[in-house]
Design a protein around this ligand. Structure first.
Ligand SMILES: C[S@@+](CC[C@H](N)C(=O)[O-])C[C@H]1O[C@@H](n2cnc3c(N)ncnc32)[C@H](O)[C@@H]1O
Length: 222
């Protein structure tokens, strides 16, 4: 799609959001994504409005068995952890946003699943744990977040620090699935992976008119 069409769709989707969806952003709202019902607290990323997380989970499902140890990094509403906890009992979720941590607790109860939930910065709360699968739908844009909700969108260095910490938290055959948008800096992400000795493989991509959403599988180079 040409740059002009992307710009057109960005504007069109912005107006759709502003006119019809704004009331579901940064408000208490009840959503259903696939077969998962979620209560979204204000200040928590709404995965029903922005479908990057849903694509990540669609891909992740194929890799999870009842033995898989999963980390849902930046869990937000807990959607990823809830989905994984329906398949495996070994699920841990982390978020830096205390509203997200509370929201993930509520959604675990609502969906009658259980997983560990920690509030903290990236791998800090799970310093000595390793996982077979790490999921991350990171903030795509560079910049200082202004609010807790803004942490879903913007960060100064979350992606580089995630890549730097990844190796220490993967089991011998473990890997991460990370979803990115063409609106973020994918070239820089791939360069950071290469520098850290991480093999990044594109698993799938979806054209959502205004952007390309891409899922990468990250594993250590053999
Ligand atoms: C784009 S949202 C994704 C939420 C959820 N995984 C989903 O797909 O709907 C990114 C999440 O990462 C969290 N986050 C941002 N910086 C973080 C950090 N340094 N450590 C842990 N979580 C972080 C945000 O609070 C937010 O909940």
């Amino acid at each position: 799609m040409t740059r002009m069409w992307r710009a057109f769709w960005t504007r069109a989707l912005y107006w759709r959001f502003w006119l019809f969806q704004r009331h579901r952003y940064d408000r208490l709202t009840l959503e259903t994504v696939d077969d998962i019902t979620l209560l979204i607290l204000p200040q928590v990323f709404n995965p029903a409005l922005f479908r990057t997380g849903a694509l990540l989970l669609e891909v992740a499902k194929a890799y999870i068995t009842p033995q898989t140890r999963v980390l849902d990094m930046g869990t937000g509403s807990g959607i990823g952890a809830v989905m994984c906890a329906k398949i495996t009992p070994h699920v841990v979720a982390v978020d830096i946003n205390p509203h997200a941590v509370r929201c993930a607790h509520i959604n675990a109860l609502l969906n009658e699943v259980s997983f560990e939930i920690y509030e903290g910065d990236l791998f800090a709360p799970i310093a000595h744990e390793v996982f077979d699968l790490i999921l991350f739908n990171p903030p795509f844009f560079d910049g200082e977040p202004q609010t807790m909700l803004d942490r879903a969108w913007r960060s100064v260095d979350v992606i580089p620090r995630f890549i730097a910490g990844l190796q220490a938290h993967l089991s011998p055959h473990g890997f991460a699935l990370v979803v990115l948008s063409s609106k973020g800096n994918i070239a820089q992400f791939l360069a950071l992976c290469a520098d850290a000795g991480i093999h990044a493989e594109k698993i799938t991509q979806r054209d959502t008119w205004n952007e390309l959403v891409v899922v990468y599988r990250l594993g250590m180079k053999k």
